[in-house]
Design a binder for this molecule. Structure first.
Ligand code: ZN
Length: 284
């Protein structure tokens, strides 16, 4: 049915049991860049309980700001503590040596329980196509992993990397928010249409009118991924943008979970062994 999801939320009814919701872009721990009052780990379980979210993929604050290796350890501890519902990104700091980065990739992704890579060129002050990111992109290409980054510096840089590492999945954060205001928006759309390994996400602190619908119209629902920046930003804000969007249910289901689930399933890392803690059992 075309607008079942819209009518369901509008009438205050429970979402369908078979709706797969995965928040592919979440965070944890204060302090955060948005002045959030509470971003503690217990909050990660709220959308899981309230909206039956299948998984949230988190990056702790330390990973991208002050202590990359400590933050990666923190992410692995959270995944172990909360079973399969809280899952995680590891971060590569481009200011580390190639040897340290390779060790960290192995520790977190091959030996550890993390599943994807996040890069933050702004906080780490390094170009996306610089040598410090080569180990991460080579690893992602070898194991067909998702690599999340905020803007990839420019459409030209992203285009170059998507062609150099064709087996990696390039995940552009904040497209329907911050990027909508930028003049290069059209170029990002063109290179997304030209490269099957590029995806655009809905995470944003602003919600320009019609941005989600515009992006789906421009690149297709198969290339748009649901993210929220929860629990720095409101989960309901990010979730509502999709549920209330002027899109058919099939598109919403792809965006809300099926697309990212498909990316993760194409990873060559193999299934991850998650401990079933008391917390995750309660979330079920
Ligand atoms: Zn983020």
């Amino acid at each position: 049915m075309k607008n079942l999801l819209f009518r369901t939320v509008k009438n205050g009814l429970s979402l369908p049991e078979d709706l797969v919701v995965i928040d592919a872009h979440a965070h944890v721990d204060p302090p955060c860049v948005f002045g959030t009052v509470c971003a503690h780990e217990q909050g990660l379980l709220e959308p899981i309980r309230r909206f039956n979210v299948k998984a949230v993929y988190v990056t702790p604050i330390d990973s991208i700001l002050t202590d990359t290796i400590g933050g990666n350890t923190r992410a692995m501890e959270l995944v172990a503590r909360y079973g399969g519902r809280v899952r995680g990104y590891m971060v590569v700091n481009p200011n580390h040596s190639r040897k340290v980065s390779e060790q960290e990739l192995n520790r977190c992704l091959l030996e550890g329980n993390l599943e994807a890579i996040k890069l933050h060129s702004f906080f780490h002050d390094h170009p996306m196509d610089g040598p410090g990111y080569e180990p991460a992109l080579e690893f992602a290409d070898e194991f067909h992993l998702c690599v999340l980054s905020h803007t990839w510096d420019s459409p030209d840089t992203l285009c170059k990397l998507a062609e150099k590492y064709p087996n990696a999945f390039f995940y552009v954060a904040h497209f329907t928010g911050n990027l909508m205001h930028r003049p290069e928006t059209r170029k990002y759309i063109d290179i997304t249409n030209a490269h099957p390994n590029i995806y655009l996400d809905t995470t944003s602190s602003a919600a320009p009118l019609g941005a989600v619908e515009y992006t789906v119209e421009a690149v297709g629902a198969d290339r748009v991924i649901f993210g929220t920046d929860y629990n720095w930003l409101s989960f309901e804000f990010g979730f509502g943008k999709i549920l209330y969007a002027d899109l058919d249910d099939e598109s919403k289901r792809k965006i809300l979970g099926l697309n990212f689930q498909g990316i993760i399933q194409r990873s060559l890392l193999g299934p991850k062994d998650f401990s079933q803690s008391e917390s995750s059992k309660r979330a079920d």
